[in-house]
Design a protein around this ligand. Sequence first.
Ligand SMILES: [Zn+2]
Length: 380
Amino acid sequence: MLPINPDRLSYYFTTLCEIDSPSRGESRLSSYLQDLFTDLGAAEVFEDNSQKHTGSDCGNLIIRFTGNRPDVDSIFFNCHLDVINPCMGVKVRRIDDVFYSSGDTVLGADDKAGIAILIEVIISLLQGNIPFAPFELVFTTCEEIGLLGAKSLSPGILNSRFGYALDSTGIDNVIIGAPASYGVTAEFFGLAAHAGLRPESGISAIQLASQAITKLSLGKLDHETTANIGTITGGTATNIIPDYVRIDGEIRSHNLNTLQATIEQFRQIFQTTISNWKITNDPISSFPHIYLSFPEQYPLMNLSLESLPILHTQKAAASLSRSLQCKLAGGGSDANFFNSFGLPTAILGIGMDHVHSVNEQIKLSDMKRTAELIYTMLTL
Ligand SMILES: [Zn+2]
């Protein structure tokens, strides 16, 4: 029997959920955790300077425990401090084994369940006087608004060579891969004119954008690639031919070659739409024109089954007579950036469910199960 204490885990989980921590407003939660881990005897507790890049009211929070097993490698564990909206004034309800919000906010198990699990593991280790590996905690800001905290982290801050993000749904699973994602922004510049009096002088940016969009392949492009146009903005009035439209979307893929090829295909469709207009109407006109950009949103995550985090967690699971299922994720998370820094990082399923909704929930028994796994990883 491992000494994980469900009542204490429940207490910390509830307490964390009820501390407001919206994206860019994580400082109250960070302060609470700094006090807690200092009291628990952490060797180092500090924030980095990432707020100047993220716009948060605090930096990423780093905590180091030296452990008492100098013979083994340090491991890092990552959770994000921020919670997706609506997240202000969370009141946790517990019915038997399951935690819910009161229905008008999210619960915040994403990602405070991860933080509570780590707190419980650490207290159990310290109270039991058990030899454990050195480890680091990396609590990032602004994950929910574009992984901004992880993106701005200096990986040199960490001593560990590999780690885990406690930030996935399901239980007894480990995420080994996640797609890369690039944004798609196309700005069409046409010419404005009165739609009733001088329509021949106008060039409709809306019409050009529509022509291009109908030619794009969208949705599920293959088993590992998706594309979407999510917003269209432009136009001023029903009687004015619109001279500007902006469309925004994204392309994600587990395959970087397919991703680059899809970007090129999109670029060509957009540019051909403009050149076709010119060929048909006015080859020397400086309008219409287009501005395109495809900014990287997050890099690819692709861990081998032989990588350190996978081998280590599988070994811990086996010693608990469990098996972990390796899975691919459909979206990016902080782990994408950690992996791109050269720090192999797997994502553990911690049992949270219906995340990013007011129906979010998590079972205490699943949190306990994850705590046992992490306890074992640190004491193997
Ligand atoms: Zn999350």
